[in-house]
Design a protein around this ligand. Structure first.
Ligand code: SER
Length: 313
């Protein structure tokens, strides 16, 4: 990894990943790109930035060639709830962007990363400790995109030798850039509301379990996976990775330990509840641990304490 192009750069993962990559590999070697500029985002000032719609194949090639990139980290995509509201647009962006990114990686012989998700599983998947190789019949547009994306990564690896790598991320919790349009977003918004108003209304039922991970663990994992010995990687679609599994009532109880007056109420959003109910309660990361030594440091307790300390309102 010498010259890295990151798409969807101002999003929740991109913002923190780019700051870290620029710190490690040098500011000028990390090219950030996004469909829009976000002037206030710290990545806009600290190194190269290119406006790019990932659906525009020739622009993708132009940017990648201009910076002589050898690595593509493709993050631009709609999350689950937005994709459910706009399924055709989600297909267009999530699949159109991915196929362009893979084509550029193939032509320019780049190493490649794109995230999959717990959303790549569906209601018929084993719910607890979902194994690496499990039934994948998601019933959301986002899930369909993620399964097709995983298969495409396998295809480009076996057919063209593209060095594809990926992870099935759980809900990611962070304090630098907010997530948008996801089903797991509540686990971020709850902290801001707890600090601002002392209360939060959850759009998911109190007993809805999903896997989650704190962003520093997600960022370190991406870098670790990208630097891993290719010969050791037996899964080129995406690795299960998990750090913690909790429900809205559990995170509320953890926040109450710091803010005793915090009040949680519930107003269920049927669309996001249905999506959450179709996903695993917890997934099993054994393959990632064995093949590239995946490790998450933060659990619910340490993540909660850190979030409450670091959020700036
Ligand atoms: N965080 C994503 C979402 O909720 C899941 O990958 O859509």
């Amino acid at each position: 990894m010498k010259n890295i192009l990151v798409t969807g750069a101002t999003g929740q993962i991109g913002t923190e990943l780019i700051m870290k990559l620029r710190h490690i590999y040098g500011n000028d070697h990390i090219v950030a790109s996004n469909i829009r500029e976000h002037k206030e985002n710290p990545i806009m000032q600290s190194g190269p930035f290119e406006l790019m719609d990932v659906r525009d194949a020739s622009r993708f090639f132009e940017v990648a060639t201009k910076y002589n990139v050898d690595t593509i980290i493709h993050l631009a995509a709609f999350l689950s709830a937005t994709a459910e509201k706009k399924p055709l647009l989600a297909w267009d962006l999530n699949m159109g962007g991915l196929i362009n990114a893979l084509e550029v990686a193939k032509e320019l012989e780049c190493q490649f990363f794109t995230p999959s998700s717990i959303g790549a599983f569906g209601p018929s998947t084993q719910k607890n400790k979902t194994p690496q190789d499990a039934l994948q019949r998601p019933n959301t547009m986002y899930g369909i995109n993620k399964v097709a994306g995983e298969l495409l990564c396998d295809y480009y690896f076996t057919k063209y030798g593209v060095d594809t790598r990926g992870m099935r991320f759980p809900g990611l919790i962070s304090y630098m850039a907010l997530p948008g349009g996801g089903t797991t977003d509540y686990a971020v918004h709850i902290f801001y509301e707890a600090l601002k108003t002392g209360k939060f209304t959850s759009y998911l039922r109190k007993d809805t379990f999903m896997d989650m991970m704190y962003m520093p663990d997600a960022i370190n994992s991406i870098i670790k996976l990208m630097e891993a010995n290719p010969d050791k990687l037996h899964h080129r679609n995406a690795y299960n990775v998990s750090a913690m599994s909790f429900s809205p009532e559990m995170i509320a109880a953890e926040i109450k330990k710091h803010i005793p007056t915090f009040k949680m109420s519930y107003k269920i959003d049927p669309v996001r509840q249905k999506i959450a109910d179709s996903w695993p309660n917890s997934i099993d990361s054994t393959a990632a641990i064995q093949e590239w030594h995946f490790r998450a440091v933060y659990d619910l307790k340490t993540m909660t304490a850190d979030m409450l300390k670091r959020i700036k309102l």
